[in-house]
Design a protein around this ligand. Structure first.
Ligand SMILES: [Zn+2]
Length: 506
């Protein structure tokens, strides 16, 4: 083919360029084939990691056993692993290689409260009543991220490719509780690109704003107790302030942008009616399509708290709980991911997989559509109104967003149905696809300086439109006791479900 071009064009300079491009492409293809072989021969080990984490079922900040397993597996695979960075015992950062380019996979492995469910059973049947469990499938992130990083490492080692492959397992994604701390601690300062990994019912990537900004704060009012019947005029009712804050915000709703979301729960509503409450508390989430818009609404919410305190003669304070910037998907990285989605394609579902999915959808009263057989087209995903704290990362480093098809369409997360399939054949096949696309995309970024450079140029342009600011107050430390009591209530009884295996890549 090249020789034919040579005769037709007859220009040595063009020939040299074509040869270089052709060899580069061929080398890239061959490297990806090696990565795919590594994934195929380790598919059982990858599934074992993900399945093990499923049965550990650990809540955010309490991912002690899950991160221990990942640390041991990754260390055995030759990675340098740090556990406990940025002041969080379950924050895991793993690396292999040295210097630049440095590409990081960003993900999480936390479960959800009350999510315990027997996999494969369509009826509500917790493994342990009330216990936490993986009713979103973050367990699969552990296997896919580790597997892809190992496959990339094998290619880099064989071909002496310069650079660093890293994985960041951030704690407590479900509480939006860790990534702003990772950004503050400087983990991404020398990273050239990240790919954020998440389970989905589809094989997809995207670019632009992918989800919503969120600010979560807890407002506490401080009043004075008095007998509700004998001397109420001596009391100052902190729960009145909570109510007035709620009413005040409802008056504001009409004047907010249509894109906003705001929701609250009253976390302290007094003790009993005949005691004027000296403490009242309300926990708010404010969201919008961009962080400046969310912050604008949030600032108004703070003024409403001030007004509620003034009206009731109470004192008040506000505590930062969490925040998340919307994910800013980088188009250059998304295009690289999409090319590899095209290369790998969807898993080959068997008739049995499709039958299972349809039976599942039917039993859960969802549209009976089976499993997707085609990847999503690039740019076809709308901005979602949910939030993810890895959004902060995407404003300090170019970020690709990637979903791999390990869950069943129509089965929404955060409810027990979603805990039926994170282990099992559909999940395992989706993980193989996910690890291959991820590894191939990282190989592209690692070995194509032009791709990284265009991702950087685009990132600088896009992020300059909304300059990043930290919501995290400088003195705030991570809530490492988050979920501890809840987890400790169940951990002992959950141990009988542990797989107690040691996954090893080869
Ligand atoms: Zn998630």
């Amino acid at each position: 083919m090249v020789r034919k071009n040579q005769r037709q064009i007859g220009a040595p300079a063009i020939l040299a360029l074509l040869l270089a491009l052709c060899c580069q492409a061929a080398a890239g293809d061959e490297r990806k084939q090696l990565a795919f072989e590594v994934v195929d021969r380790n598919a059982e080990q990858m599934a074992l990691i993900s399945d093990s984490i499923f049965y550990l079922g650990e809540l955010g900040m309490q991912e002690l056993e899950s991160t221990r397993l990942l640390k041991q597996t990754l260390e055995a695979a030759g990675f340098k692993v740090e556990l406990g960075g940025a002041g969080m015992p379950t924050n895991l950062w793993a690396e292999w290689g040295s210097g630049r380019p440095k590409i990081a996979i960003v993900t999480e492995v936390d479960a959800l409260p009350g999510g315990s469910q027997t996999p494969g059973e369509f009826e509500r049947k917790p493994l342990l009543a009330g216990a936490p469990g993986h009713m979103e499938g973050h367990n699969t992130h552990g296997g896919v991220a580790s597997m892809a990083a190992f496959a990339v490492k094998e290619v880099m080692a064989r071909d002496h490719i310069a650079g660093t492959i890293a994985i960041s397992f951030g704690p407590a994604e479900e509480q939006l509780a860790s990534r702003p701390f990772l950004v503050r601690a400087g983990y991404f300062k020398d990273v050239d690109a990240v790919i954020y990994l998440h389970i989905g019912p589809w094989l997809a990537t995207g670019y632009g704003l992918q989800n919503y900004a969120a600010i979560s704060s807890i407002f506490t009012f401080h009043g004075k107790t008095a007998h509700g019947a004998v001397n109420p005029w001596d009391g100052r009712d902190a729960v009145d302030a909570v109510e007035l804050m709620d009413i005040g915000f409802d008056k504001l709703r009409e004047h907010l942008r249509p894109s906003y979301r705001a929701h609250r729960t009253i976390t302290n509503g007094g003790i009993q009616p005949n005691i004027i409450a000296d403490t009242g508390q309300i926990w708010w989430f404010v969201r919008d399509a961009s962080m400046p818009a969310a912050k604008e609404t949030y600032d108004k919410l703070v003024k409403i708290a001030e007004g509620a305190a003034l009206m009731t003669g109470t004192g008040w304070d506000v505590k930062y709980a969490a925040s998340a910037w919307p994910q800013l998907g980088n188009k250059a990285i998304a295009e690289a991911i999409q090319r590899n989605i095209g290369l790998v394609g969807m898993p080959k579902w068997t008739d049995e997989d499709q039958r299972f999915a349809r039976d599942f959808q039917k039993s859960a009263e969802r549209p009976v559509v089976g499993l997707r057989t085609e990847p999503m087209a690039l740019g076809s995903r709308a901005q979602s109104t949910s939030s993810n704290d890895n959004g902060d990362v995407s404003w300090v480093v170019p970020a690709g967003i990637f979903n791999f098809p390990s869950s069943v369409p129509g089965i929404e997360y955060h409810e027990w149905h979603a805990a039926i399939t994170p282990v099992g054949p559909i999940s395992h096949k989706g993980q193989v696809t996910g690890a291959k696309v991820l590894a191939a995309s990282i190989i592209d970024l690692m070995t194509t300086p032009d791709a990284l450079a265009s991702a950087r140029v685009e990132f600088l342009e896009e992020s300059a439109k909304t300059p990043y600011f930290a919501l995290l107050p400088p003195d705030v430390q991570p809530s490492i006791d988050l979920n501890r009591a809840e987890m400790e209530k169940y951990r002992g009884a959950m141990q009988k479900f542990y797989l107690n295996k040691s996954p090893r890549f080869n």
